[in-house]
Design a protein around this ligand. Structure first.
Ligand code: SF4
Ligand code: SF4
Length: 323
C-alpha cells in the first residue's frame, strides 16, 4: 500500500447527520481507512483544535466540512481547514447552501436571543441572562464563540473546491467522491459531486401533463397514490427544482417511501435559486382560475416550503432588518 492520504472532518452548525452518513458507509469505511488516515474528526475521535493547528499549510489532502457557518468558531475553523487542506469539500446541504439552520436568516441575533432566552413558554430567566463572548469569574476568564447575525454557507467564508449536497449526503454520492479521490479523478474545481439533472428525470411515478392543481394538500391530509406524481395529486414535491442522486438512479429516497421531495440536495446544475425555480415550475401546473388570495392561503409556509434548505445561498439570502 502506498502512502495514505490525510483526511479531516469537521462539523459546524449541523445536526450531526452528515457525520453519521459517513458511518453509514458501514464496512466500506474500512476501504476509506485503507486509502486515508483521518487526522482530525472531533465528533468521532479525541482530537483537539491544537492538533489541527499543529498541521502545516497543505498538510491535509481532503477536508470535509459539514454544517453552516453560524458563529465565530465555525468561521475560524473554516479558515484553518482551508489553509491546511489541498482540497476543501462542502459536505452536506448546510455547508453547501446554508441548510435548515439558514431558515433563521429571517431573524438576526437580537431577535433570536430575545425569543430563546426571554420569551419561550419554558424559559425561566428573571435576570435576563443571555450568552456573552467573555465573562470573568474570579480569576478565570471564560469565552464563548460569537453568535453571528446570519447563517452563511461555507463558500461565503472561504474558497470551496467541491460540493456534496444532501441532508445528509447520500451514501452513493459520498462513495462517488471517495472513489474519485482514490483514483485522482476529481471533476473541475467548483463542481457538485452528483448528477446535474433534476429528480423528476429519474422519478418513476406517472405524470399527466394535462392535470392542473386545484388544491394544495399537506402530507397529513391524505394518503398519496404511490404510482402517481405527487404534484398531480396536489402534494408539493420539489422534484422539478432538486438535484437527483439521493437514491442513485432509483427515484428518490423520500419518493420511494411515498413522501414528496422537500428539496434537500439543493438545485440542479445551472439553477441559482431553488425556491424561485420551484415557484416557476408550480406556475405552469397550477389552475389559473385560483384567485391570488386563495393561492396565498394554500401555501401555509412558503419560506419553509421553497427555501427549507437553501435560503442563505438564494437570491433572497436573508431578511433585511432595519434598526
Ligand atoms: S414532481 Fe415529484 S413525484 Fe412528480 S415527477 Fe417530479 S419527482 Fe416525481
Ligand atoms: S427525495 Fe428529495 S428530500 Fe428526499 S432525500 Fe431525495 S432530495 Fe432529499
Amino acid at each position: 500500500m502506498g502512502e495514505r492520504l490525510k483526511f479531516a472532518f469537521y462539523w459546524a452548525a449541523t445536526c450531526g447527520g452528515c457525520d453519521v452518513a459517513i458511518l453509514d458507509l458501514a464496512e466500506r469505511i474500512l476501504e476509506v481507512i485503507e486509502i486515508a488516515e483521518i487526522v482530525f474528526w472531533p465528533i468521532a475521535m479525541d482530537f483537539k483544535y491544537k492538533d489541527l493547528e499543529a498541521i502545516g499549510e497543505g498538510g491535509i489532502d481532503v477536508a470535509f466540512y459539514d454544517g453552516s457557518v453560524r458563529n465565530s468558531e465555525h468561521e475560524h475553523l473554516a479558515k484553518v481547514l482551508r489553509e491546511r487542506s489541498k482540497v476543501l469539500i462542502a459536505f452536506g446541504t448546510c455547508a453547501c447552501y446554508g441548510g435548515i439552520p439558514g431558515l433563521a436568516n429571517i431573524s438576526d441575533r437580537d431577535e433570536i436571543f430575545k425569543v430563546v432566552y426571554r420569551e419561550t413558554p419554558s424559559t425561566v430567566n428573571p435576570q435576563l441572562t443571555a450568552p456573552t463572548t467573555c465573562i470573568k469569574i474570579d480569576d478565570v476568564t471564560l469565552t464563548l464563540p460569537e453568535f453571528h447575525d446570519f447563517v452563511k454557507p461555507l463558500n461565503r467564508v472561504v474558497d470551496v473546491d467541491y460540493y456534496i449536497p444532501g441532508c445528509p449526503p447520500p451514501i452513493e454520492l459520498i462513495w462517488e467522491a471517495i472513489e474519485r479521490i482514490r483514483i485522482n479523478k476529481l471533476p473541475p474545481k467548483g463542481s457538485v459531486i452528483g448528477p446535474r439533472y433534476s429528480l423528476c428525470e429519474v422519478c418513476k411515478r406517472k405524470r399527466d401533463e394535462r392535470i392542473k392543481i386545484k388544491h394544495v394538500r399537506r402530507v397529513y391530509e391524505g394518503r398519496p397514490d404511490p404510482e402517481l406524481c405527487f404534484l398531480d395529486q396536489g402534494y408539493i414535491c420539489l422534484g422539478p427544482a432538486t438535484r437527483a442522486g439521493c437514491a442513485g438512479g432509483e427515484g428518490g429516497r423520500c419518493l420511494n417511501v411515498n413522501m414528496p421531495c422537500r428539496g434537500c440536495t439543493g438545485p440542479p446544475g445551472g439553477i441559482k435559486d431553488q425556491g424561485a425555480r420551484m415557484i416557476s415550475a408550480l406556475a405552469s401546473v397550477m389552475d389559473l382560475e385560483i384567485p391570488p388570495e386563495k393561492l396565498k392561503e394554500m401555501f401555509k409556509d412558503p419560506l419553509g416550503t421553497f427555501y427549507r434548505f437553501t435560503l442563505p445561498s438564494s437570491i433572497l439570502s436573508r431578511r433585511v432588518i432595519k434598526k
